[in-house]
Design a protein around this ligand. Structure first.
Ligand code: BDP
Length: 663
């Protein structure tokens, strides 16, 4: 039985799967071959497109040239294609997609949807498509109950959670399925459904409330998505009533084994656990004098009989450090904790590392941990939710940043994308907002993440083209040009008007929106700029600083060690320099700060007017929402410019070389 396509509630934006995106597929004679649940999903998709655009779909006939499109499970062999790969060719008027697994067939269908008319013109030599990374995952930071400070979704800027409301599952499973459909169309295959900060309210999802998770898993499964759960390391104590959660204690191990068995009874294809331990107040193995490998292996052992994986986060640092003590450095922490444990993690334990050593700033070097643990499976974590990049009120397309990170070769010529053998993970930016992501243009971040997880070396602008083609299928060419104009450079624009040259933070404490240059400067969170009257930046050199630069392999350690060779954009991450220090660009640091902040605001003004010129060419509701957000972005950019420039003007006493007024 074909599975009907989920129906979106009235007023919800179709994002990158509007009906028009299926025009080319819909008007055809299609043959679908094979059986299994995902084949029914594919059939449902094609059937709906045919109803709309006048084509016809047939099951399990002999392909005899009477079909424009044949989508089939076939004999290319699982070894070649795996569960998720597919081939696509066009010959003699028939486009043929062959996969050896249901997911592969679904991805093949979406490939044809992306190609549009081009999938049905001329001849196409047979191409093989396979994901570079087996795990392409979203970690929702969704709270089950509204948290007094963080709300329903921690760092969420897109309304409420798609899964939870006021302490329980929302139960709107069609919407969840529609979400799964969007995710499958960009290649995402795993979702963790609750916050890594596991509060009391959601801890029981692991035990007596697992049925609520099972319902969500059931809605995501038809789109090839496996469900994962964040769990608390203290669960044996808080839920099991044991006196300890010590990973080497026999009763603790038995408790996890039993709990995990019951999870698999409810969700046979359950993906595994995500754990934030000994971090920002979450419990962990340190309390028992055990290592993080011992902690991770406890959960890995419980999951192993069922083929599950534990994603153990490497975001461990001392958030009570002292700003006066310049020998401590938050950037060092993950490497210091985890590198000595290389080789000790179980085969089904994945160490999940944030892409930078700090915390999702607009500019950070790549974490030195990636590349330093050759005997450990690493997953790399990105943040699509724009906590530090404008909170979905500002346009900031992160494709170019992620692509830089994924192509960066930490060591031995292997790129981050190749080293992420445990997968690519993002904290997503979607919620129950009618545009899914608050800012309609932030949809591009979610889409781009999925496609880069499929192919980390993909050209981000080409991915953006795909997103535009799908999301605006009926728009005139000015729309694509306009979208490129406002999105392509938006990350660099955001960088220009916020924290300069890799120094990071300077945000309002707590919610992290808007500027506050000294917001965290004298707090214990370890996120400092150390500006004084002579200069600014954090000395992380080996010679005179925290030694962080020495955590890198060749050639990076040497390159970052000296201000002469350190790239401009990371200068203040690695060095404390005088305001008059001359950058490679030829400007002094202080003049760079002034110029970048003026330019950043001008670029926002320009983007706002490009967007205004698209009125009437894109859907009015989308247009209005973006236009409204541009007003806030411009206000915010000016605020950043004025606060940052006047702060450094007053500290340094150096006037703007171009004589502009600094407030
Ligand atoms: C930080 C967020 C915080 C998260 C934490 C994490 O501010 O809300 O809990 O990361 O990744 O960026 O665990």
């Amino acid at each position: 039985m074909p599975l009907p396509v989920p129906v979106l509630p009235e007023g919800v934006d179709p994002a990158w799967l509007p009906p028009g995106a299926f025009r080319a597929v819909g008007g055809r004679r299609t043959l679908i071959r094979g059986s299994g649940p995902l084949v029914e999903t594919v059939h449902g998709e094609v059937a709906q497109a045919c109803r709309r655009f006048g084509g016809r779909v047939v099951r399990d006939a002999v392909p005899d040239g009477a079909y424009d499109l044949v989508l089939g499970l076939g004999a290319d062999g699982p070894d070649l294609l795996g569960e998720e790969g597919f081939t696509c060719a066009r010959e003699g008027g028939t486009t043929t997609v062959t996969a050896s697994g249901g997911r592969g067939l679904l991805y093949g269908l979406f490939h044809v949807v992306r190609l549009g008319e081009a999938a049905f013109t001329g001849e196409r030599p047979r191409e093989t498509h396979r994901p570079a990374l087996a795990l392409r995952m979203l970690d929702h930071w969704d709270n089950v109950a509204v948290h007094p400070v963080m709300g329903q979704v921690e760092r969420g800027y897109a309304g409420g959670s798609l899964f939870w409301r006021d302490g329980r599952a929302r139960g709107e499973l069609d919407r969840v399925r529609a979400y799964g459909r969007l995710l499958a169309a960009c290649g995402i295959n795993a979702v963790s459904v609750n916050n890594v900060n596991v509060h009391a309210a959601e801890a029981r999802l692991l035990t007596d409330r697992i049925g609520e998770v099972a319902d969500i898993a059931g809605a995501l499964r038809p789109y090839g998505i496996r469900t994962h759960l964040s769990v608390s390391f203290a669960a044996p104590v808080t839920l099991g009533g044991l006196p300890t959660a010590d990973p080497l204690d026999g009763a603790v191990r038995a408790w996890w084994a039993g709990a995990t068995r019951r999870v698999y009874e409810a969700i046979p294809d359950f993906g595994g656990y995500v754990v934030k331990a000994d971090s920002e107040g979450q419990p962990g193995p340190f309390a028992y004098g055990r290592s993080h490998a011992e902690g991770a292996n406890l959960l890995a052992a419980a999951l192993e009989p069922f083929g599950g994986t534990v994603h153990w986060r490497a975001f461990v640092y001392d958030h009570r450090q002292d700003w006066r003590d310049r020998t401590t450095d938050r950037a060092r922490a993950a490497y210091d904790h985890f590198v000595p444990l290389d080789g000790e993690f179980a085969a089904n334990a994945v160490l999940q590392v944030k892409h930078g050593p700090m915390d999702f700033q607009v500019r950070e070097p790549v974490s030195p941990l990636i590349g330093a643990m050759p005997r450990t499976r690493l997953a790399v974590e990105l943040q699509a939710t724009q906590e530090y990049t404008g909170q979905q009120r500002h346009v900031c397309w992160l494709g170019p940043m992620w692509s830089e990170v994924l192509r960066f070769p930490p060591e031995l010529g292997l790129s981050v994308g190749e080293l992420a053998r445990g997968g690519l993970v993002a904290v997503p930016n979607a919620g129950d907002d009618p545009f899914w992501t608050g800012h309609p243009l932030a949809q591009a971040n979610l889409y781009t993440f999925g496609r880069l997880a499929w192919r980390p070396d993909a050209e981000p602008r080409a991915v953006l083209d795909e997103w535009i083609g799908l999301s605006f299928p009926d728009a005139p060419p000015q729309v694509a040009e306009g979208l490129h104009a406002v999105l392509d450079g938006s990350w660099r624009t955001y960088e220009k008007y916020t924290a300069p040259l890799g120094v990071g933070f300077m945000v309002q404490p707590g919610h992290h929106y808007g500027p506050s240059v000294d917001g965290y400067e004298y707090s214990p969170w370890g996120t400092y700029h150390f500006a004084d009257r002579d200069g600014l930046g954090v000395d992380r050199s080996v010679k005179s600083g925290t030694g962080f630069a020495g955590q890198y392999g060749k050639p990076w350690a040497e390159l970052y060690e000296s201000p002469d060779t350190c790239p401009d954009e990371l200068l203040l991450f690695f060095h404390h320099v005088p305001y008059g220090h001359v950058l490679k660009s030829g400007k002094t640091v202080i003049q760079h700060i002034y110029d970048a902040h003026f330019e950043g605001v001008e670029e926002v003004e320009e983007a706002r007017s490009v967007w205004a010129s698209l009125a009437g060419l894109v859907d009015p509701a989308r247009h209005a929402r973006v236009a409204e957000r541009y007003e806030e972005q411009l206000r915010g950019a000016r605020e950043w410019r004025d606060q940052v420039n006047s702060y450094f003007f007053r500290k340094s006493g150096v006037p703007d070389g171009r004589g502009r007024r600094i407030y």
